[in-house]
Design a protein around this ligand. Sequence first.
Ligand SMILES: Cc1ncc(COP(=O)(O)O)c(C=O)c1O
Length: 401
Amino acid sequence: MALPLRSLTPAPPDPILGLSESFKADTRPEKVNLSVGVYVNDSGVTPVIPSVLEAERRLLEKAGSKGYLPIDGRPGFKAAVRDLIFGAEHEIVTSGRSATAQTPGGTGALRVAADFLLQAGASKTIWLSEPTWPNHPQLFTLAGFVLRTYPYLDESGRQVDLHKMLGALRSAVPGDVVLLHGSCHNPSGVDPDQETWAAIGEIVVERELLPVVDFAYQGFGFGLREDADWLAGLARPGLEFLVCSSYSKNFALYNERVGALTIVAADPSRAASALSHLKIAIRANYSNPPAHGGDIVETILMDPTLRAQWEVDLAVMRNRILGNRAALVDALVAAEVPGMWEPIRRQRGMFALLGLSAAQVARLRDEFGVYVVGKGRINVAGLTPANLPHVVASVKAVIEG
Ligand SMILES: Cc1ncc(COP(=O)(O)O)c(C=O)c1O
């Protein structure tokens, strides 16, 4: 019996990670990679942040064990990230109506969330924002979901179109799953404000939807608590939802694969019961999570000095991105590049969506060596004083045709 692979044509490269390969092979000195969602400093380096270095030093001294973790991860890590997501005093924490599992990155959290939901008999329909992170449709389709989309941005691409978004969600069937970006929407950087989150919460209750919050960028927008506006919209008595959180970005622990899935249930016994099922989904998937990244996060969050250092480290990354946003907008406006750029200054997170056509994105890459994805999503962190003039001149050239 031959492998079914024999009849398969090669799959296209990953739309984001695949571009990095082409970038590496590009020999032009002026090339700029703004495609991958990884923080870099002005030298183009993704640094290990000081709080992480110190936590690793302490972990090495402790010389723990490489034995398996529990299926749902280390209890100290689970409690620490739960408190980080909700705030230790939040009713969801004090009532005990949540259950957390440590996962391999935010992607691992999303995948086990998908498996758990289908295994638990949830609706097979998931609503994704249009646009969204390209891995969302792929991940949920391969897990067995049927995809629907809700429009997210207005014509300008610079703000949420609440009317259209709620209109689409009104046609959802009770029980349908809806994926919401907690903060720093990928790819647009456009987030709902508090009022908009309240309206989203209303529709979720009215249509009896099941929210999955993808919370991959806590602290990368405006601050740890500022980036949790979604919580006020969804934390309602009886409303159950899932949160997939990632520590890749806010701890710069990309290759350690550290994340968490938190189930918020109506009451503590339902949360405990949900966790028992979630453990089956995990056991059948990767058995138990990797330890090292989680140990770093736990060490930092549990030690007041290290935590304070980490908040400084995070602020350095956040403020650099905000500074880059301002520099980009100033440069686009000064160069009289046609378009509405000002809102990019106050958007959240690593990404901005320039709103380019596929042909313009291809020209940016082929003619100017500027690598961006989708409709012109750029990693704002990838801009530096050295490459900004070339990026802006290239964007102007492709927009003016
Ligand atoms: C919206 C969104 N969700 C989830 C993730 C996954 O993060 P991780 O690298 O922790 O798997 C990313 C990473 O780029 C992301 O942008």
